[in-house]
Design a protein around this ligand. Structure first.
Ligand SMILES: [Fe+2]
Length: 195
Protein backbone atom coordinates (compact mmCIF):
# COMPACT_ATOMS: atom_id res chain seq x y z
CA UNK A 1 0.00 0.00 0.00
CA UNK A 2 1.40 3.44 -0.88
CA UNK A 3 1.78 6.16 1.75
CA UNK A 4 -1.19 8.18 0.55
CA UNK A 5 -3.50 5.17 0.74
CA UNK A 6 -2.12 4.21 4.13
CA UNK A 7 -2.56 7.76 5.43
CA UNK A 8 -6.16 7.82 4.18
CA UNK A 9 -6.85 4.45 5.81
CA UNK A 10 -5.41 5.59 9.15
CA UNK A 11 -7.32 8.91 9.08
CA UNK A 12 -10.60 7.18 8.19
CA UNK A 13 -10.13 4.61 10.97
CA UNK A 14 -9.45 7.33 13.56
CA UNK A 15 -12.42 9.47 12.52
CA UNK A 16 -14.71 6.42 12.51
CA UNK A 17 -13.68 5.65 16.10
CA UNK A 18 -14.16 9.30 17.10
CA UNK A 19 -17.70 9.39 15.65
CA UNK A 20 -18.53 6.34 17.78
CA UNK A 21 -17.04 7.92 20.93
CA UNK A 22 -19.13 11.08 20.51
CA UNK A 23 -22.26 9.09 19.62
CA UNK A 24 -21.96 6.85 22.69
CA UNK A 25 -20.57 9.29 25.24
CA UNK A 26 -21.73 12.71 24.02
CA UNK A 27 -19.51 15.77 24.46
CA UNK A 28 -17.98 15.68 27.94
CA UNK A 29 -14.47 16.14 29.28
CA UNK A 30 -14.23 12.35 29.52
CA UNK A 31 -15.33 11.72 25.93
CA UNK A 32 -12.99 14.46 24.67
CA UNK A 33 -10.16 12.75 26.50
CA UNK A 34 -10.98 9.53 24.62
CA UNK A 35 -11.03 11.46 21.34
CA UNK A 36 -7.68 12.99 22.27
CA UNK A 37 -6.20 9.55 22.93
CA UNK A 38 -7.44 8.31 19.55
CA UNK A 39 -5.86 11.30 17.79
CA UNK A 40 -2.60 10.75 19.68
CA UNK A 41 -2.61 7.22 18.25
CA UNK A 42 -3.09 8.65 14.74
CA UNK A 43 -0.30 11.17 15.34
CA UNK A 44 2.05 8.33 16.33
CA UNK A 45 2.69 7.86 12.60
CA UNK A 46 4.81 10.96 11.81
CA UNK A 47 6.06 9.11 8.72
CA UNK A 48 2.56 9.59 7.26
CA UNK A 49 2.31 13.29 8.23
CA UNK A 50 5.50 15.08 7.20
CA UNK A 51 6.19 18.70 6.33
CA UNK A 52 6.80 17.49 2.78
CA UNK A 53 3.18 16.27 2.74
CA UNK A 54 1.88 19.37 4.53
CA UNK A 55 4.28 22.25 3.85
CA UNK A 56 4.20 25.41 5.97
CA UNK A 57 3.81 28.80 4.24
CA UNK A 58 6.76 30.49 2.56
CA UNK A 59 8.95 32.35 5.00
CA UNK A 60 8.53 36.12 4.89
CA UNK A 61 4.89 36.00 3.76
CA UNK A 62 1.75 37.13 5.56
CA UNK A 63 0.87 33.70 6.89
CA UNK A 64 2.62 31.85 9.69
CA UNK A 65 0.75 28.57 9.27
CA UNK A 66 -1.20 26.52 6.73
CA UNK A 67 -4.29 24.55 7.66
CA UNK A 68 -4.94 21.39 5.62
CA UNK A 69 -8.33 19.71 5.76
CA UNK A 70 -7.66 15.98 6.04
CA UNK A 71 -11.17 14.84 7.00
CA UNK A 72 -14.66 16.30 7.24
CA UNK A 73 -18.10 14.69 7.09
CA UNK A 74 -20.64 15.71 4.43
CA UNK A 75 -22.58 17.61 7.11
CA UNK A 76 -19.35 19.42 8.15
CA UNK A 77 -19.05 17.52 11.42
CA UNK A 78 -15.83 15.90 12.66
CA UNK A 79 -13.43 18.24 10.85
CA UNK A 80 -9.80 17.21 11.12
CA UNK A 81 -6.98 19.50 10.03
CA UNK A 82 -3.21 19.27 9.85
CA UNK A 83 -1.71 22.59 10.93
CA UNK A 84 1.76 23.21 9.54
CA UNK A 85 3.39 26.26 11.12
CA UNK A 86 6.63 28.17 10.72
CA UNK A 87 6.66 29.25 14.36
CA UNK A 88 7.28 32.68 15.76
CA UNK A 89 3.62 33.50 16.28
CA UNK A 90 0.64 32.95 18.53
CA UNK A 91 -3.06 33.68 18.95
CA UNK A 92 -5.07 35.69 21.45
CA UNK A 93 -7.27 33.88 23.97
CA UNK A 94 -10.33 32.47 22.19
CA UNK A 95 -13.13 29.91 22.36
CA UNK A 96 -14.32 27.55 19.60
CA UNK A 97 -18.14 27.26 20.01
CA UNK A 98 -17.72 23.53 19.31
CA UNK A 99 -15.49 20.91 20.89
CA UNK A 100 -11.83 21.03 19.89
CA UNK A 101 -8.85 18.72 20.33
CA UNK A 102 -5.21 19.42 19.43
CA UNK A 103 -2.46 16.79 19.42
CA UNK A 104 1.18 17.06 18.39
CA UNK A 105 2.86 15.31 15.49
CA UNK A 106 6.22 17.11 15.32
CA UNK A 107 7.47 20.21 17.12
CA UNK A 108 5.96 21.93 20.16
CA UNK A 109 2.93 24.18 20.66
CA UNK A 110 2.40 25.92 23.98
CA UNK A 111 -1.26 26.14 25.03
CA UNK A 112 -2.32 28.60 27.72
CA UNK A 113 -5.71 28.12 29.42
CA UNK A 114 -7.90 30.94 30.73
CA UNK A 115 -10.95 31.76 32.80
CA UNK A 116 -13.06 34.83 32.17
CA UNK A 117 -12.80 37.43 34.91
CA UNK A 118 -15.69 39.41 36.40
CA UNK A 119 -14.13 42.53 34.81
CA UNK A 120 -14.68 41.05 31.36
CA UNK A 121 -11.09 39.98 30.73
CA UNK A 122 -9.20 36.71 31.06
CA UNK A 123 -6.98 35.18 33.72
CA UNK A 124 -4.49 32.43 32.85
CA UNK A 125 -5.11 29.27 34.86
CA UNK A 126 -2.56 26.87 33.39
CA UNK A 127 -0.63 25.75 30.37
CA UNK A 128 0.36 22.62 28.50
CA UNK A 129 2.99 21.84 25.88
CA UNK A 130 1.52 19.90 22.97
CA UNK A 131 4.00 17.62 21.23
CA UNK A 132 4.22 14.05 19.92
CA UNK A 133 2.34 11.87 22.41
CA UNK A 134 0.33 14.67 24.06
CA UNK A 135 -2.64 16.89 23.39
CA UNK A 136 -5.29 19.22 24.80
CA UNK A 137 -9.10 19.15 24.61
CA UNK A 138 -11.66 21.92 24.94
CA UNK A 139 -15.38 22.13 25.57
CA UNK A 140 -17.13 24.69 23.32
CA UNK A 141 -16.83 27.56 25.84
CA UNK A 142 -13.29 26.82 27.06
CA UNK A 143 -10.67 29.48 26.36
CA UNK A 144 -7.08 28.99 25.19
CA UNK A 145 -4.30 30.66 23.26
CA UNK A 146 -1.53 28.95 21.30
CA UNK A 147 2.12 29.96 20.99
CA UNK A 148 4.65 28.55 18.54
CA UNK A 149 8.35 29.34 18.63
CA UNK A 150 9.62 26.93 15.99
CA UNK A 151 8.22 24.89 13.08
CA UNK A 152 5.59 22.33 14.03
CA UNK A 153 2.95 20.05 12.60
CA UNK A 154 -0.09 19.12 14.65
CA UNK A 155 -3.69 17.97 14.33
CA UNK A 156 -6.64 20.19 15.15
CA UNK A 157 -10.01 18.49 15.28
CA UNK A 158 -13.34 20.28 15.74
CA UNK A 159 -16.86 19.01 16.27
CA UNK A 160 -17.88 21.28 13.39
CA UNK A 161 -15.76 22.62 10.50
CA UNK A 162 -14.12 26.03 10.94
CA UNK A 163 -16.04 27.63 8.05
CA UNK A 164 -19.26 26.86 9.96
CA UNK A 165 -18.15 28.64 13.14
CA UNK A 166 -19.34 32.22 12.95
CA UNK A 167 -19.34 33.19 16.63
CA UNK A 168 -15.82 32.31 17.78
CA UNK A 169 -14.80 35.00 20.25
CA UNK A 170 -11.30 36.26 20.90
CA UNK A 171 -10.03 38.68 23.50
CA UNK A 172 -8.33 41.92 22.50
CA UNK A 173 -6.10 42.39 25.53
CA UNK A 174 -4.92 45.90 24.61
CA UNK A 175 -8.51 47.16 24.41
CA UNK A 176 -9.99 44.84 27.06
CA UNK A 177 -12.74 43.77 24.69
CA UNK A 178 -13.99 40.68 22.94
CA UNK A 179 -14.34 40.37 19.19
CA UNK A 180 -15.45 37.70 16.70
CA UNK A 181 -12.94 35.85 14.51
CA UNK A 182 -13.59 36.40 10.81
CA UNK A 183 -14.41 33.15 8.97
CA UNK A 184 -11.27 31.20 8.08
CA UNK A 185 -10.51 31.84 4.41
CA UNK A 186 -7.47 29.74 3.58
CA UNK A 187 -8.07 26.09 4.43
CA UNK A 188 -6.37 23.81 1.93
CA UNK A 189 -8.24 20.75 0.73
CA UNK A 190 -6.11 17.70 1.48
CA UNK A 191 -8.62 14.87 1.56
CA UNK A 192 -7.66 11.98 -0.70
CA UNK A 193 -9.25 12.32 -4.12
CA UNK A 194 -10.57 15.83 -3.45
CA UNK A 195 -7.50 18.05 -3.61
FE1 LIG B 1 -8.12 27.35 19.28
Amino acid sequence: MDRTSERTREIDAAVADIRVIEQHDGVTRESLDKIKQRLIALAARPDLFTVADFPPPEKGGKRFSCLYRISEDADHRFALYANSALGGHGTPAHNHTTWAVIVGVTGEELNRFYDRTSEGGVREKGQSLVRQGSGVAFMPDDLHSIHMDAPLLNFHMYGLALEQLHRREFYRAAENKWDIFPPHSDIREARAGRA
